[in-house]
Design a protein around this ligand. Structure first.
Ligand SMILES: [Fe+2]
Ligand SMILES: [Fe+2]
Length: 248
């Protein structure tokens, strides 16, 4: 057999094996999501101190392009946060495993949002930072293990809020976007549980006291009037379309 033919055969076999492995992983992730989500949504609503205000839902429906642009940023940032934790805490095998899987999923979500935006003629662009993540990080302790515990608790809260917002918004949206958001909230429910489990592991026990601290801050950020509409913003002080999207 000549080298060219051998290379072609090996290439075909490798690509078949890789695509089979990829599709098996995807199927396992999806079926795990289904099982976990069955009981997760109720517990997420119990976990968070407040539901999304109706005023924010009205803002979202009036700013759907901006909603999708910021959603894309959120997915990319979620992957970036997971990678940052992987770089800093290289000796935590459980964290490395869960964050690696989470980062892959978030980037897949990012690609899905971008595809949906492209189909709708919406341009991706820079946005001014939301107050939400920075507002939560104000209470993060400066030294480890407290710093890691706090970052993981914040991760759990952001995932829980994302899940709650997807579920709350979905009934108001067109069928395509509604189906997309109903599909995403399953992943976010699992990410919430993963972050909480990692926080308890890093703390060597329950993290109820730190969860209470950050949930109280989060409730304010969700309920207090906000000057800019974002996926994790509070209700707008003035219900006008946001003009901060800058095409790149
Ligand atoms: Fe996501
Ligand atoms: Fe997530």
């Amino acid at each position: 057999m000549n080298d060219d033919l051998q290379g072609t055969i090996y290439g075909t076999i490798n690509s078949t094996i890789n695509s089979t492995i990829d599709s098996t992983i995807e199927t396992n992730i999806d079926s795990t999501n289904e099982r976990i989500y069955e009981g997760a949504h109720g517990s997420i609503n119990d976990f968070l101190l407040c539901r999304t205000p109706q005023a924010w839902i009205d803002n979202a429906l009036a700013n759907q392009d901006l909603l999708l642009i910021d959603h894309a940023h959120c997915e990319k940032k979620a992957a970036s946060t997971a990678l940052s934790l992987m770089y800093r805490y290289v000796d935590n095998a459980e964290l490395l495993h869960k964050m690696s899987r989470l980062a892959r999923e978030e980037l897949r979500h990012f690609e899905q949002v971008l595809a949906l935006m492209t189909a709708r003629g919406i341009s991706y662009g820079h946005l001014t930072p939301a107050r939400y993540a920075a507002g939560l990080r104000v209470a993060v302790r400066s030294t480890d293990p407290g710093r890691l515990v706090d970052l993981l608790v914040i991760g759990a809260i952001i995932e829980a809020r994302s899940c709650e917002r997807f579920a709350t918004l979905a009934p108001y949206l067109d069928t395509e976007l509604s189906n997309f958001y109903n599909g995403l909230l399953k992943s976010e429910a699992r990410h919430y549980r993963d972050y909480l489990a990692l926080a308890e592991q890093a703390n060597g026990g329950a993290v109820d006291d730190r969860v209470a601290v950050f949930l109280a801050i989060e409730q304010e950020l969700i309920e207090q009037p906000d000057s800019e509409f974002r996926f994790h913003s509070g209700p707008l002080t003035q219900p006008v379309a946001d003009k901060h999207a800058i095409p790149i």
